[in-house]
Design a protein around this ligand. Sequence first.
Ligand SMILES: Cc1ncc(COP(=O)(O)O)c(C=O)c1O
Length: 410
Amino acid sequence: MRRDLLGALAPWARNTRASTIQQLLTLVPRPGQISLALGLPAVETFPARELAQAAREILEAEPTALQYGPPFEPLKHQVAALMSRRGAPCRPEQVFLTAGAQQGMSLLARLLLEYRGSVVTEERIYTGLQQVIEPFEPDVRTVATDLAAGMDVEAVAVQLARHPPPAFVYVIPDGHNPLAVGISVGRRRELAELARRFGVPVIEDDPYGLLQYDGPPVPPVRAWDDEWVFYVGSFSKILAPALRAGWLVVPEILVPRLEVAKEAADINAAPFTQRVISRLLDTISIDSHLDALRGIYRARRDAMLSALGRHFPEEARWRRPAAGLFVWVELPGVPDTLEALRSGIEREGVTFLPGEAFEVHAGRRSHAGIRLNFSHVSCDQIEEGVARLGRVLKRALVAPPSTQPQEQSR
Ligand SMILES: Cc1ncc(COP(=O)(O)O)c(C=O)c1O
């Protein structure tokens, strides 16, 4: 019998559909709606004027910048300098330029993962990585996350000792999306040591590492092993996401393989954007730019933390995120955060992301909660949005307020 059109798709593609959450979030926003949902950087931080100037100068001087062409070498040197600032120096030959972190992970997965292979991740992770591995129909072995110290490294060790070993371990070292935690220094060292001992790569997804707000910055896991830890960097959160530019730092031997994989994806030719970014980095002070970004986001983070204290129900628990764009709030008394989202949209004009959106295995996780973004809205909107959401959550509470002493910082 003749198949219908969807029957012609590969099995994994046949089964994909927009999640309830995606559908809810695409409801036409009401005027005055406040979004604490998406991980968008602040538009006012984009260096639009400097980018326009750089683009104009390049186009006037060298129209061949618009031709197919190899990756722009000077940018690799500038990325290597950025990696030194990040605390994990590398050589330009180890830098592979990508169209964003998302593409970097997609290319690494193509090199590392076999169909129906296994990978190790936490129970709740960035959905983009889940989308990357989905066509491989992998066996995803999850480990818990400690909300103070990050990934459960002992559980990772158990998974690495299994046969056959997993294709890779996926980690977000700082500003975890969605759990907002940073991995402790001890656990970073152990992770690197495990990767080396078992010969299993760690994919270190680090779009927020240069956005650490308190005290001396913590270096990435790659600082402890530069062979088995493959670093994924991004310009999205420090310059602008629509540039679609990022990088990998990998052992040199992998670079030719990545070139083949990227050629298949997009011909490995983005010399124009790469030149524009390179010229921008030559003309601005990246240190001042990063300082300014951190100042803005630190103020917004603090505005959100103090608003949570004023408006959220007593049962809610959260920590101060040391990096990134999110606060993770545990809500033990709110059984259905999806329903709370619906109510937030319909009754109060406020959106957020329920923890369910990030679950690798639906329902199998240690913490129930929601992710709030603080980077995209002003401090005043944060105050108003959190007040609205507080009303939604107080209505959603089914259990009486807990009498337990509060252990975590509010
Ligand atoms: C953890 C994480 N990794 C990767 C990305 C995607 O970054 P890029 O825009 O560089 O593809 C995001 C975007 O929000 C993210 O939160």
